[in-house]
Design a protein around this ligand. Structure first.
Ligand code: 5GP
Length: 193
């Protein structure tokens, strides 16, 4: 069996036939998170860190990063809704769930699944900075640089992806596919409903 066929074989049977290609395997994700956690440990040595996960897409990135960190860290979450179509963002953002705690004077690391146009993150960063944290940086597992509409400082990037719609490892399409361990692309008929 070819490597790509083997990768498809590992996906849950219910979803396998809808997947076009495994773009980033679970092994590559794990290796990248090891690498990023090492960099964060070095950069924040002697400090305490608050990871702010953006729901729901960042759930696995937050969990898998948090347990790799050596520096003392805690976790909080925000949920935002971006008004737009199912697959694009408008930049108009509403906070559905705010942080539980104050962030004044704390070192904040925003953890994202993907930065596409950057409009959602741009809004979020402005909002968080207004709360006077000691610092705010961003980690995004994925980035689509070709789609960027605003210039954003992303300190830690996992993988650059082309302008394709990806799902898995927290990323959904209509709330499906989030639980896949790999990041994959879908066959056109999967969007058809
Ligand atoms: P932005 O505001 O950067 O354009 O959009 C960010 C949000 O759009 C992400 O947090 C994610 O919810 C959604 N998004 C952008 N690209 C993709 C993609 O390829 N797949 C999925 N599942 N969601 C995406």
């Amino acid at each position: 069996m070819s490597e790509s066929a083997e990768m498809l074989e590992r996906l849950p049977a219910a979803y396998r036939s809808q997947v076009e290609e495994v773009l980033i395997s679970r092994e590559r994700i794990a290796e990248k998170l090891d690498e990023l956690a090492g960099a964060i440990d070095r950069d924040y040595a002697g400090e305490e860190l608050l990871l702010v996960g953006v729901l729901k897409g960042a759930i696995f990135v937050v969990a898998d990063l948090h347990r790799r960190l050596g520096v003392p860290s805690s976790v909080d979450f925000m949920a935002v809704s971006s008004y737009g179509s199912a697959t694009t963002s408008s930049g108009v953002v509403r906070i559905l769930k705010d942080l539980d705690a104050e962030i004044e004077d704390r070192h904040v690391l925003v953890v994202e699944d993907i930065v596409d146009s950057g409009l959602t993150l741009d809004y979020l960063l402005k909002n968080l900075r207004s709360r006077r944290p000691a610092s705010v940086e961003v980690l995004s597992l994925l980035t689509k640089p070709s789609r960027r509409e605003v210039d954003l400082p992303i300190r830690y990037v996992g993988f650059e992806v082309p302008d394709v719609f990806v799902v898995g490892y927290g990323l959904d399409f209509a709330e499906h596919y989030r639980g896949l361990s790999d990041i994959v692309t879908l066959k056109p008929e999967a969007y058809g409903g």
